[in-house]
Design a protein around this ligand. Structure first.
Ligand code: FIX
Ligand code: ZN
Length: 449
């Protein structure tokens, strides 16, 4: 029985394809509070190079904020070396500059000598604008004075409010000496209700022999041979640090040539995943986040800005989902070419949650393409974005820019649905968008009692 010719009775809260529907959807998306499922931010207890009002500067501090950190973001370091190549300004000379000298250099070449139209440059402009500063000021001095006047705790609250972020998920790399030392000195440094911890251990999966050496230095009986003794030591190491950090999930980033061959794969990476990571995380009830596709330090002279992307093997992920149905996987892939097959894989495995448009996918044109495809293939069962903020104030622009695109895509999708004859109510749209933008991320990062 086709009902096409018979228009659906429109109750008062049902809205068909009208500018009103699109506006409503965009408005709901731009105001939905959310949990940011992956950042490199942390509370002030981890120290900060910038003191702010009543603060103390800690040159090795891990909380980056302020104008000089915004301008010297590794995305912009890449871009300035395109404008002033190393043949004109050798890498060593750039890295020998102070943070503010580096910022002045980038500001001159990417903001003053040409319009800041790249996404990373535009991000700085949006951040200044939404913080109430005048992006048109052509010098950094005024911004530096303003940031020096901010007291960091109030500033964190303000930035979270502007980004619509209710909880920030950290990245706590246990193989980073600076980070690990701070946790050992004071395990309560992560006890800030605005933040949740994530135990990150790339080396354990990427390079077992080096990780084993470190575990051994730290008192765990691990050797480069993955004997039962080493495996038990690695399990104890993970359990200890999950408890110490109260981590809500564990994470690794993996290169494009990451391979998991299944139960018979005897490679170090496979054995560590199969016999250490999967059992410990199943036991702890924690999701395992895999960020797949980054080649570390392709151009080491660029330091953090020197990484590269590459296409990855989706079947390795498929084998893990097949072999470990009781584990939850939180996955993002770096290559544009992997996005469609990742969506299709998620249709095969309910324990696979896709998140974010990672790194070089975090650009309006690609966020739109990927989000549209995900809605079409996964409905409301994915996490559209994470900020990957390395500098506190990046939360402001990363969410402002992403919400605009996600809102546009969802407005289209609800209009298409209305055209098809199913007109969602405002309450139904709010329910769906809360699920897409917040509920999934919240359930993957729920603090453990
Ligand atoms: O591995 C990661 O968590 C990446 O997000 C970072 O290493 C990367 O440097 C980054 O900041 C991406 O946006
Ligand atoms: Zn990251």
């Amino acid at each position: 029985m086709s009902t096409r010719s018979v228009p659906r009775p429109m109750s008062k809260d049902r809205i068909s394809r009208t500018p009103k529907l699109e506006e409503l959807v965009r408005d709901i998306v731009s105001n939905q509070p959310l949990v940011d499922v992956h950042t490199h931010l942390c509370p002030p207890t981890f120290g900060s190079p910038l003191a702010g009002r009543r603060g103390t500067a800690d040159p090795d501090g891990l909380l980056l904020w302020g104008i000089d950190e915004l301008i010297t973001y590794h995305y912009l370091v890449c871009e300035v070396f395109r404008v002033v190549p190393a043949s004109q300004l050798p890498y060593a000379e750039y890295w020998a500059m102070s943070k503010s000298e580096q910022a002045d250099h980038i500001w001159k070449h990417l903001f003053l000598d040409r319009s800041p139209i790249s996404e990373a440059c535009r991000g700085v402009v949006t951040t200044l604008e939404l913080l109430g500063l005048d992006p048109g000021e052509r010098s950094l001095e005024g911004y530096r004075r303003w940031f020096a006047e901010q007291s960091i705790d109030e500033h964190i609250d303000r930035v979270m409010e502007l980004g619509g972020v209710t909880r920030i998920t950290m990245t706590n790399d246990v193989f980073d000496d600076n980070e690990r030392r701070r946790w050992l000195q004071d395990p309560s440094i992560g006890d800030d209700p605005r933040f949740t911890a994530v135990l990150r251990f790339d080396m354990l999966v990427r390079d077992w022999p080096s990780a084993a050496q470190k575990l051994n230095d730290w008192g765990y009986a691990a050797t480069s041979e993955l004997t039962d003794k080493s495996i038990e030591a690695a399990r104890k190491f993970l359990r200890d640090w999950i408890t110490r950090t109260k981590s809500v999930y564990c994470a690794v980033s993996l290169p494009p040539d990451f391979r998991y061959g299944g139960p018979d794969d005897k490679s170090d990476t496979a054995v560590v995943l199969r016999q250490v990571v999967m059992p410990v995380l199943e036991e702890a009830g924690l999701p395992f986040a895999m960020m797949i596709g980054s080649i570390k330090l392709l151009n080491p002279e660029l330091q953090l800005a020197g990484d590269m992307t590459g296409m990855s093997d989706i079947m390795s992920l498929a084998r893990l989902c097949l072999e470990f149905p009781r584990n939850r996987f939180l996955v993002t892939m770096l290559a544009r070419e992997n996005q469609q097959e990742l969506c299709v894989l998620a249709r095969k495995f309910g324990n696979l949650m896709i998140f974010g448009c990672w790194w070089w996918l975090n650009n309006p044109s690609l966020i739109e393409e990927i989000t549209r495809m995900r809605v079409e293939l996964l409905g409301t069962t994915f996490i559209p974005q994470h900020s990957d903020a390395r500098v506190l104030e990046q939360l402001v622009y990363k969410w402002d820019h992403s919400r605009a695109i996600i809102g546009k895509v969802l407005a289209d999708k609800y209009s298409d649905l209305a055209d098809a004859g199913w007109v969602a109510s405002e309450a139904e749209i709010r329910r769906d968008i809360r699920e897409i933008l917040d509920s999934h991320a919240r359930s993957m990062t729920e603090p453990r009692i």
